[in-house]
Design a protein around this ligand. Sequence first.
Ligand code: SF4
Length: 156
Amino acid sequence: MLVFLSHCLLNQLVRAGGSFTPGVTGRLLELLSKYPVFIYQLPCPEYFFLGLREKKTQDVWESIPGFKDFVSNLADDLEKKVRQIIEDKDLILVSIARSPCCSTGMVHRGDRLVKGRGIWVRELEKRFKFDIIEFDFKKVDESLHKLKEFLNKKVK
Ligand code: SF4
């Protein structure tokens, strides 16, 4: 099994607006280290495109010239890079709640929080088949518990 980790789970320096939640990376790695899984840190599309930045809603990201093409090309590049190491492994994506790019549940559009997929996740779904566990930086215990339950069922 190969776990695609959203970039900021291992490196919170790339999060928008300087957000930081202490302890997340250590606890996540401690949990994953108990299972026979491989991990792969995905690129952060927002950071790779704009660098350090303030938070933006999904509709704003979609309106930035070139961003959607950039994300699509990044996904093409990723597909080429990981093809060999995936082989026939099951994939899990650990997505990020409410992120304009990496969410798999809800996204901010304008001043509303609505159901929707992140821009990056939509591109990943065109290229890979994976199970999804969404991580919420505001609900770390719950998120880790969900991941643990999932791994217990899938891997053990
Ligand atoms: S774009 Fe994705 S990887 Fe980058 S900071 Fe946001 S949630 Fe994390």
